[in-house]
Design a protein around this ligand. Structure first.
Ligand code: 5GP
Length: 171
């Protein structure tokens, strides 16, 4: 299965000069979608993760079926104002400006080993926010998994320099 064939390149989206990697063709192919989730399950099956976390919205699409497949709890990380119970939050740097992610205060416990999943790794800003909130909860990161890595952007290198191993299905 060549997952690349199921990713559509959209030039000049969301801004002039940016090529956006559209995952909706992958989602519209049950075989490709299942393959992607099964590949992530295979790669992370032996890492001893106790929970799987992802940030809205596209991270949820892969992390939720992965949690179902691996039989692990799923932890949603969301933009401010979206979670109904008490939350903790982190603000993290993006290429231009900052963003904030929130998580329920009881979603992750100190002894948890959290597998973080996202559809795509670009500058690393989003995954850095997710790592920060896991660490703020006193837990550790069991793994970082992505469907796509944009190798020409610094996210992967930043993760390696910070001592984090990451895995992606396509780069
Ligand atoms: P980063 O924070 O690493 O710069 O960007 C990764 C985040 O932005 C991911 O959560 C991802 O959903 C979103 N993202 C950025 N660029 C793209 C893209 O070209 N395609 C998709 N599907 N998501 C993107």
């Amino acid at each position: 299965m060549n997952l690349r064939e199921h990713i559509r390149d959209i030039p000049n989206y969301p801004k002039e000069g940016i090529v956006f990697f559209d995952i909706t063709p992958l989602l519209s192919s049950p075989k490709a979608f299942r393959f992607a989730v099964d590949q992530l399950a295979e790669k992370f099956g032996s890492r001893g993760a106790t929970k799987i976390a992802a940030a809205e919205a596209r991270g949820f699409i892969f992390a939720a079926p992965l949690a179902y497949t691996m039989g692990l709890p799923f932890v949603p990380m969301r933009k401010p104002g979206k979670l109904p119970y008490r939350t903790m939050s982190v603000t993290y740097d993006l290429e231009y400006g900052t963003d904030t992610l929130c998580m329920h205060v009881d979603a992750i416990e100190r002894d948890d080993k959290v597998l973080i999943i996202d559809d795509l790794l670009a500058t690393g800003g989003t995954v850095n926010g997710m790592i920060k909130i896991v660490e703020q909860a006193g837990a550790s990161v069991a793994g970082l998994g992505f469907v796509i890595e944009l190798g020409f952007l610094p996210g992967g290198q930043i993760l390696r320099e910070a001592g984090f191993d990451h895995t992606c299905l396509l780069n």
